[in-house]
Write a protein that binds this ligand. Structure first.
Ligand SMILES: Nc1ncnc2c1ncn2[C@@H]1O[C@H](COP(=O)(O)OP(=O)(O)OP(=O)(O)O)[C@@H](O)[C@H]1O
Ligand SMILES: [Mg+2]
Length: 214
């Protein structure tokens, strides 16, 4: 269970998040919708531990993790702009999280290779990431987010650069993976259809607060 309790966040004179609370069960996908600039990405970064809250707390499985640094939370965050490492090839981008966890490089690459296979990228493993198409880069970012078997998954518009067919197949792949792995998942999307295809519940962020949509 991932939980936000009474979160407040202020940038200058603007209160971006006001007394905001949210609970996401293990294996549950909650969609987060809302107008551009309303604070969706900021909220995701707060859960990841990259952006401190002014007030309130973040909890995981009954433990207060508000002060925990990102690397200790065991969460995966996929940014809007992918943020792949330009100096690493596709395989090493995906293997990165495992190497960070001190898995021997050969083993990390083996697991990364299997993950790339699942995402239809086996042939691109040795390419530099900047030679890939936008949709391919997005799939590398998804593979990289999942490789460490995170406890929670934070996705910021993860399927936006994909064509309709690929989007559909990746949505299905993700839904299954999330349910099987029991990850609490927060999915930011502008696309209500995507929210309905992926999530069991949706909330709208507006004027700093969450309203239940369905
Ligand atoms: N570190 C910061 N300092 C000051 N303002 C910030 C900071 N980070 C974000 N903001 C502002 O907070 C607001 C919310 O930004 P955020 O990226 O969370 O929006 P968003 O809902 O994800 O929008 P979009 O749908 O366009 O991605 C924006 O107006 C942004 O400029
Ligand atoms: Mg955003």
């Amino acid at each position: 269970m991932l939980e936000l309790r009474h979160i407040h966040k202020q940038f200058g004179s603007r209160a971006l998040l006001r007394d905001l609370s949210l609970r996401i069960a293990a294996g549950e996908i909650v969609a987060l919708l809302g107008p551009s600039g309303c604070g969706k990405s900021t909220l995701l970064k707060m859960v990841a531990g990259l952006e401190p809250a002014d007030q309130g707390s973040v909890w995981f499985n009954g433990q207060d993790i508000t002060q925990q640094p990102p690397e200790r939370r065991g969460f995966a965050l996929m940014f809007q702009d992918f943020a792949l490492f330009p100096h690493l090839n596709v395989l090493d981008n995906v293997a990165f999280g495992l190497v960070e966890q001190r898995l021997p490089r050969a083993q990390a690459r083996q697991q990364a290779s299997a993950m790339l296979g699942r995402f239809g990228l086996a042939a691109q493993a040795q390419q530099q990431v900047w030679t890939l198409s936008g949709g391919e880069q997005q799939r590398v970012a998804l593979a990289r987010a999942l490789i460490t078997a995170p406890r929670a998954l934070l996705l910021d518009e993860p399927f936006s650069a994909l064509d309709a067919e690929l989007r559909q197949s990746l949505r299905d792949e993700f839904r299954q993976h999330i349910a099987a792995a029991g990850m609490a998942t927060l999915l930011v999307t502008h696309d209500e259809q995507e929210a309905r295809a992926m999530a069991s519940r949706a909330v709208r962020l507006q004027d700093g607060q969450l309203q239940p949509l369905w």
